[in-house]
Design a protein around this ligand. Sequence first.
Ligand SMILES: Cc1ncc(COP(=O)(O)O)c(C=O)c1O
Length: 478
Amino acid sequence: MPARTTKLYEDLTDQVTALIRAGTLRCGDRAPSVRQLARERGASAGTVVHAYELLQARGYLRPRSRSGFYVSDAWRTTDQHQHTSRPSRRPTRLDVSELVFEVLEAMRSPDLAPFGSAFPGPDLFPLRQLAQLIGASTRRLSERSTLDDLPPGNEKLRRQIARRYLASGAQVAVEEIVVTSGALEALNLCLQVVTEPGDIVLIESPSFYGCLQAIESLGRRALEVPTHPGTGIDVDEVEQLLSRHRVRACWFMTAFQNPLGATMPAAARERLVRLLSRRGVPLIEDSVYADLYFGAQRPHSAKSFDTEGLVLDCGSFAKNLAPGYRLGWVAAGRFAQAVTRRKSMSSVGTAIPIQAVIGDYLGRGTFERHLRRLRRALQERQSHFLAAMERYMPAAMKWNRPSGGYLLWAELPPHIDAIRLHREALAEGISLAPGPIFSASHAFHHAIRLNYGHPWTAKTEAALKRLGNLIARTSASR
Ligand SMILES: Cc1ncc(COP(=O)(O)O)c(C=O)c1O
């Protein structure tokens, strides 16, 4: 299609969308006829038909046989009514890594619109301030730090981390904290400590691919729990699975779950922890996004309901302060010593200058101010992104509005394959994370995870619009 015609059909689409959203054209009204609009705008009939088909796919128009197009209100339902997943009820050994690596490698190009990325925009972090601290912090390190800061890690840093738990309603002793190289290492160490090869681990459906890879590489078996994009895992199901299987551990994200963006209500979390305590089942809690809440306060972690030391809460500075520093930790409850030993065996320790810098940064008291700014920026980016989703995505799509973090879950029209869409989107300069990389059973072929945490610019909006057009075109051609 020549460039001018492409622009005209997009303009037409936008203008009719605006008329409908402003209520100038109402549900049931007849849209201007193709011939009339083509004449008025100096366009070909084909261009107008193309625009109308796109509007139809997005739920703004519906054709009536032999009498043209009419305004529809199907677009209004796009952000509602997602469902709880329905995974297999049998434990499975996993085989997900190949696809995950393919997708992750394809997403690394800096020229892509980063909707598939797992990081928020790098502009959100005080990297310059940290860089200035490095010199001073490392100069202060004593010669003994090589030994002193071995696992469980730098005392000052661990004290700061333990203090911050008060905000999530938990009382955590410094002795419980083990510093790690990112949360992923913490999660892997915890899994090694609380389970043996062949053991069954309850996970969410869908779940973070790092969880699937850890279970796969350590030879554990995964049992998926139905999970809702709004309220997270279904605790009734957890109860049933516990009574039917010999479950050795759970690995859950109770706040702003990746990939769904779901957050469990506090009552459900409390019930979950009580249930697991009664049976002595450890919970590995992945809290990497928990500081990124949009509400008045941080959601109470599962750790805050733990009275038995059975919750191993894993956190990280990769998503809220310094992505490249690879610094994480676990508040490991009764397993702290075992995790410390595992950590020594796996990597001797975590880079000592990095522990010192972050410990000093936390000691300065500016972290909370930075987090407030970060949360505000993410919330603003979310509202731009969601408004544009409504404008540009087809009516048959559904998505959620997470109450924190920077990831949302979108369900595609049923016949669109997410992996194929991922490949086609790459060709259009857009990355996205296809649903199957989050599944133990290769499910979620009609879902994608989108990242809204990058700066909202005209370029970002144009990319989202292109993605909407691609989905609408694919949908219309099936
Ligand atoms: C849900 C989740 N958990 C853990 C991690 C790993 O965190 P880290 O980078 O601190 O190892 C990630 C990173 O993408 C994540 O999304």
